[in-house]
Design a protein around this ligand. Structure first.
Ligand code: SAM
Ligand code: SF4
Length: 335
């Protein structure tokens, strides 16, 4: 990891070299764990960052040590000027990645290749068409599935994100692991996290412990190999002996990985968040439009970052709806 400047170093000495930029609050799916049933109030277009503003603000972060940028949303590929944004960001000295539901990915293969975007995290919570319709409230399973295979076939570095829900898709855990047998991909199981409007409850959560128990009982403990974690990992990684791909668990709820957190989030309307769970934001876009230096604003927000999950340092605190209901919905944060 690169060394960041004081602007991106918090009071616990964590260096934040990884910027996640949300390009849109809109999405072509309506995942029930992400988007509240009645949608979200959208920011007027004039208050969203333009392609040039995204580039100029990103440049300030890169100057201070960011060397990794991930585009997210909402759905980043619904943005009409996506290619222009990608082209501009590709001129910065950073590793580029995207998190997408893959519905539109086939239209952008050539652009991804041309502008050096290799790392693609795509969300697919089920391998069952009917369940996909229930989760996403849209009938697009085949498109998402075909595009996932296309991206793998085209040689992209693909990670599948699957949010697990009790009594819904937890029975597919081993099917997803089997999916990695002959494919060079990683499947990451994500614990369901609480955000405004997503009806979170601990009873719907499938914990890291439960996920591992299912995998071990199916594949046998001797076949589950523990892999070394990447620096600043969010996912604890494993593979099944002899399988080409691997799997990981993102346990933000039961076993968070805040000590090594290197992430900063920039929302589509130009606010930074120092933690996914924090409801405190700093408006960079307004200051940028007023011609202000945004570095002190970034430094101040990063300095205020709490040690663990925006102060919700225990599972008990995280379960208190008052602690997270003033935060945005995930769709407007950029996961
Ligand atoms: N539309 C893109 C996608 O779905 O990949 C990018 C944005 S989406 C908000 C980014 C990631 O956040 C997805 O992998 C999604 O599964 C995850 N996510 C959304 N809501 C979540 C929740 N309540 N708990 C855990 N993960 C969540
Ligand atoms: Fe859209 Fe991604 Fe949220 Fe699903 S998880 S509603 S695809 S932004």
């Amino acid at each position: 990891m690169s060394k960041t400047t004081a602007v991106l170093t918090d009071k616990f000495g964590r260096n934040h070299n990884y910027l996640r930029i949300s390009l849109s609050e809109k999405c072509n799916l309506r995942c029930n764990y992400c988007m509240p049933e009645n949608g979200v109030p959208l920011t007027p277009r004039s208050e969203l960052m333009t392609a040039e503003e995204i580039y100029q603000i990103a440049k300030v972060f890169v100057k201070n040590g960011v060397d990794k940028i991930r585009l997210t949303g909402g759905e980043p590929l619904v943005r009409k000027d996506f290619t222009e944004i990608l082209k501009k960001l590709s001129t910065l000295d950073v590793e580029l990645g995207i998190t997408t539901n893959a519905i539109l990915a086939d239209r952008f293969i050539a652009d991804f290749k041309k502008y050096g975007l290799k790392k693609i995290n795509l969300s697919l919570d089920t391998l069952d068409e009917g369940k996909f319709r229930v989760i996403t409230r849209r009938d697009q399973f085949q498109k998402a599935y075909d595009n996932m295979l296309l991206l793998i076939d085209q040689g992209f570095n693909v990670k599948i994100n699957a949010v697990l829900m009790k009594y819904f898709n937890e029975d597919e855990i081993n099917d997803f692991v089997l999916f990695t047998r002959n494919r060079p991909i990683s499947v990451r199981f994500i614990e369901f996290m609480p955000f405004d409007g997503n009806k979170w409850s601990k009873d719907k959560l499938v914990s890291q412990e439960e996920i591992m128990a299912k995998i071990i009982s199916f594949f046998g403990i001797e076949n589950v190999l523990d892999l070394d974690n990447e620096p600043n990992f969010t996912s604890r990684d494993f593979k099944i002996n002899g399988f080409q791909g691997n799997f990981g668990i993102i346990s933000s709820v039961t076993n968070p990985f805040c000590d090594g957190c290197n992430r900063i989030r920039l929302t589509a309307n130009g606010k930074i968040k120092n933690c996914l769970f924090s409801n405190k934001e700093t408006d960079l876009l307004g200051a940028f439009r007023d011609g202000e230096n945004i570095e002190p604003l970034i430094e101040n927000r990063m300095f205020k970052k709490k040690a663990k999950r925006a102060g919700m340092d225990s599972f008990k605190k995280l379960q208190n709806p008052e602690k997270h209901s003033n935060n945005r919905s995930m769709i407007t944060i950029g996961g």
